[in-house]
Design a protein around this ligand. Structure first.
Ligand SMILES: [Zn+2]
Length: 580
């Protein structure tokens, strides 16, 4: 998901506000249960007893009435004996029929009171047994108030007045429109989507296009994808045109590229599409093979800003330019094909593995394209947004909202601070170890090639272990302070005559042996700071620059002063607005 617009980005956000999307005021809909509104959290034991083999999802859209009819056939293999299948589905999509292996289940044997659908099985499944559960449902799916941040369906119109429909459900989860296991680890091995829409509209989807069935007034678009992220399954409908191409990968394979765009935006769409190839070059060079090369690299234009829908990324950044020479939104969402879709956090608590790495890819791409000036410009913008109120990782299982809500979790720090932590790690361990550690995180091996890896799950601890193994050192102290403390490390500088004494102070007094460069005159000294202390000789009046190459993320009083000033400005504007 893209970074929520902040005050710093307000001007850009205002320019982007979409007149075609439905405003929040127009939405009157039943509330979601807490169960449906959240994604992740404690997993019911029945969900831990099955492996999700296949989801066959049939969707028919009634666009004028903003309604969805769904027919899902879900196949599971028991990994332990179970007498029930438990799924998540918004109860505001009433179920008309449940079947088990094609046989209707009496209503007395299934219920969906809080959005948690429980189907009692007539015959207990033993380990290794397979079952197919059918769920037929229809209703008005939840409408997004502010997609992608408050998710659901987006029913919009194109500039020429044609229907333009999208979904974005990361925060609330897949259960907003299909019966699923709404957990990061709830990925099915295979998903078929069948989307029936009026014949003059297209429905680009996840994975490969298997076929289009013609029914006269309507057509059904059939797509198939392997191991998609649960929240990456999406419905997109519009009068799209398509740009297509082939990418010749350095790994020898050919990757189909597709961009489904609104006909009104042809010229801009062609320009954006021309950027697909250099983006793929960058990621394949710096990180490794595009993970879904046997399916496609796909993008669809959406009425909302963006979302990392696997192989069909949502793009709604209005083709704006910002002087960095690429589309930051598209590059961010595309980064999630590696960080989010190929490697997926085992729990939402590890969400920085998606967003911290995903956000670091924009400065890294800037550096790849145009060098250090652009790279550090990015990092400084991120630095101004770091809040340090809650640790990036709690060490406890969390829901998506626990993490994103600044009252309970790190909020946007998983993006900005996460990316800066990676910058600092890269300076500390050097490029070879840094990029090897990323490759192992993403693919689970140092030598990925198409065909020798599968999408995988990882935790923060997995990444720490990888860094320790790759470097042969123990970097526990680094991750303890940057990820598990809220406060940034603080550098205390004291002058005693000709000596400049420096020491690290951490939130809970943990050791922090972070080496530090200090420039004295024209010479840079690297202080090992092994016990958190160091000193250089510098007579008063000598030129001294601490950390002259901006290697280390640390507390910066002037940044906090700036953030406080911004907050005061915001409050003053709100007060003036309330008076007028
Ligand atoms: Zn993101």
């Amino acid at each position: 998901m893209s970074l929520r617009p902040t005050l710093l980005l307000l001007a850009v956000a205002l320019a982007l506000s979409s007149p075609s999307a439905i405003g929040a005021a127009a939405i009157q809909q039943p509330a979601l249960t807490p169960q449906t509104a959240s994604s992740g959290g404690p997993m019911p034991v029945e969900q831990t007893r099955v492996h999700f083999d296949h989801a066959d999802l049939h969707f028919t859209l009634d666009i004028p009435h903003k309604r969805l009819a769904g027919d899902a056939r879900l196949t599971f293999t028991a990994t332990a004996a179970t007498d029930a299948i438990v799924l998540d589905l918004d109860r505001n999509l009433p179920i008309s029929q449940v079947t088990v292996d094609g046989q209707p289940v009496p209503t007395s044997r299934w219920s969906n009171p809080e959005g948690r659908l429980r189907v009692a099985l007539a015959k207990r499944l033993d380990k290794g047994d397979r079952v197919t559960v059918g769920v037929r449902y229809a209703g008005a799916p939840h409408v997004a108030k502010n997609a992608p941040w408050d998710g659901g369906f987006v029913w919009a119109k194109t500039p020429s007045g044609q229907p333009w429909v999208a979904t974005a459900v990361e925060g609330e989860g897949c259960d907003l429109f299909w019966p699923c296991i709404d957990q990061p680890t709830g990925k099915p091995d295979l998903v078929d989507t069948w989307v029936t829409v009026p014949k003059d509209l297209a429905a680009p989807g996840n994975g490969v296009l298997v076929g289009i069935e013609d029914h006269g007034a309507t057509r059904t678009w059939h797509w198939r994808i392997k191991r998609p992220d649960t929240y990456a399954i999406t419905i997109n409908v519009g009068p799209f045109k398509e740009l297509k191409g082939n990418y010749a990968s350095r790994y020898g394979n050919t990757i189909p590229m597709e961009f489904w765009y609104l006909p009104e935006h042809e010229a801009q769409a062609k320009e954006l599409f021309a950027g697909f190839t250099p983006m793929l070059d960058f990621f394949e060079q710096e990180i490794g093979p595009y993970p879904f090369g046997d399916e496609k690299m796909g993008v669809v234009e959406t009425p909302h800003k963006g979302m990392e829908h696997q192989t069909i990324n949502a793009y709604g950044n209005h083709y704006v330019k910002d002087g960095f020479g690429f589309d930051r939104l598209l590059q961010h969402e595309f980064a999630h094909e590696w960080f989010g879709n190929q490697v997926t956090n085992a729990n939402w608590d590890d969400m920085w593995l998606h967003e911290g790495f995903g956000t670091y890819m924009q400065p890294l791409y800037s550096q790849y394209l145009y060098g250090d000036m652009d790279y550090f410009d990015w990092l400084h913008q991120l630095r101004l947004m770091v809040r340090d109120r809650k640790p990036i990782v709690s060490g406890q299982p969390r829901t998506e909202d626990d993490v994103y809500n600044p009252a309970t979790g790190p909020g946007q720090d998983i993006y900005n601070k996460g990316a800066l932590v990676l910058h600092t790690l890269r300076q500390l361990i050097g490029d070879p170890a840094f990029f090897t550690s990323i490759r192992e995180l993403v693919y689970g091996r140092p030598d990925p090639k198409p065909g020798n890896f599968q999408p995988r799950y990882a935790t923060t601890k997995d990444y720490i272990d990888i860094v320790d193994r790759v470097t042969g050192e123990d970097y526990g102290w680094f991750f303890k302070v940057y990820l598990y403390d809220a406060a940034l490390p603080k550098l205390v500088e004291e002058r005693h005559g000709d000596t400049l004494a420096l020491r690290w102070v951490t939130e809970h007094g943990e050791p922090f042996p972070m080496p530090l460069d200090v420039q004295v005159g024209r010479t840079i000294h690297t202080l090992p700071m092994t016990d958190g202390h160091g000193a250089v000789q510098a007579a008063p009046g000598t030129l001294v620059i601490v950390d002259p190459r901006s290697k280390v993320l640390r507390e910066m009083p002037h940044v906090e002063a700036f953030q406080q000033w911004l907050e005061q400005q915001k409050q003053a504007r709100a007060k003036a607005g309330a008076k007028s």
